[in-house]
Design a protein around this ligand. Sequence first.
Ligand code: NAP
Length: 244
Amino acid sequence: MKKTVIVTGSSKGIGAATAILFARQGYNVVINYNESYESANLLCRSLVGNGYSVITQKANVANRLETDLMVKETLYKFGSVDVLVNNAGVAYQGLITETDEIDFDRIIDINLKGVFNCCKSVTPVMVNQKAGTIINISSMWGQVGASCEVAYSAAKAGVIGLTKALAKELAPSGITVNAIAPGLIETNMNAHLTVEELNDFVNEIPLGRMGNADEIAAVAYFLASEAAEYITGQVLGVNGGYVI
Ligand code: NAP
């Protein structure tokens, strides 16, 4: 039977690359989006046009009712949820003195509570199946902390803690839970950086370049594959050697 993956935040960037790769590998794919209705549906139409099995589902990952509904709709359409890629995320840069409580709560709600919500919505399904794979997209800033990104670094560090705890909790049910900690990846998330800022950053990366979304998608696909079935609770750094 065909496997099904939900990729949160797959209207663009790393999520879109992940949705495309899983579709090409024969998965039923749920493209989740929150605001980007048009790009999500454009991607969906182009994949369906090429014969792949793909739907879109709007859900704000920060809202449990909406993540529950997303899983319900997925089950209704495809009958199982075999892989969940928790990719949805937003960045925030600012000194702590400029970061107010509302900013902090928003970053935690989407980047950390969003992962919790989707895991919570999908866990009963995977436990019932006695199989499943959860892949959480953290960040190298969750491993080492970024200056002027207190909220984002805290959220992404939280994702790593959640990954490790949930891996232990769900292993007896045949479910693996891992995290990917990307470095600097060429997506809209970094579009605000000037050429000079990018060059300075790239100069610090041992492999001498930014990563691309396909390189994160490939690691997510590997973690969902049979080759990775003995891997759980791990954090895979995909950062060109920036954090070793
Ligand atoms: P991106 O191009 O800005 O895409 C972010 C995605 O998240 C969009 O599809 C967006 O969908 C979705 N999203 C945002 N808020 C959402 C919400 N409340 N509910 C559902 N979806 C939501 O960024 P990206 O670079 O691909 O980032 C993907 C993940 O990788 C994020 O978790 C990010 O923190 C992580 N990451 C990125 C980098 C990097 O350098 N790019 C490095 C480390 C980690 P809508 O537009 O539809 O809301």
